[in-house]
Design a protein around this ligand. Structure first.
Ligand SMILES: [Cu+2]
Length: 160
């Protein structure tokens, strides 16, 4: 009975060593796989959208600035007032007219900006669920591969 406290101590320290090893290996696993620390942030600003009628289309514009230390990819767009949102680019045809086509997935390098503005890249808000008049606002959600979903509320106006 005299040695019981010592025995407990040995058992306990054995436990701590074991736990210590366990948690160490866990944390190194995390940093190798899923856990990723994002420094800086993705900023959305200069947003606005054109007026439109229910069931018709509108266009929205904004600036996306990648202030993080790594490139990020824009995966998809959505809005609270449109059935779907597509990224388009305006192009000038050979006959001088302009048209637009879906733009591919955009990668924004660290420190870089993606500009969505009239005559260039823009968001097409398809099948509006309500009328949009000057003075109204709508919400845009943007899904990024690294930083997740970012939201911005933009005003309805005629021109920026
Ligand atoms: Cu378009």
């Amino acid at each position: 009975m005299k040695y019981l406290p010592q025995l407990l101590l040995i058992l306990l320290s054995g436990c701590f060593l074991f736990l210590g090893c366990g948690s160490e290996s866990n944390s190194s696993n995390d940093s190798n796989s899923k856990q990723e620390v994002v420094l800086g942030k993705i900023a959305l600003d200069n947003g606005w959208a054109r007026p439109g009628s229910q069931q018709a289309k509108s266009a929205a514009y904004l600036r996306i600035s990648n202030g993080t230390a790594s490139p990020d990819t824009v995966l998809s767009f959505s809005s609270d007032i449109a059935e779907s949102v597509e990224l388009h680019e305006s192009i000038e045809n050979n006959d001088g007219t302009t048209s637009m086509r879906p733009a591919g997935q955009q990668v924004i390098k660290d420190g870089d900006k993606l500009l969505l503005e009239p005559g260039g890249l823009h968001l097409m808000l398809i099948n509006l669920t309500q009328d949009l008049a000057v003075g109204d606002s709508l919400q845009l959600s943007i899904d990024f591969a690294r930083v997740g979903t970012k939201n911005i509320t933009v005003p309805i106006q005629i021109q920026n």
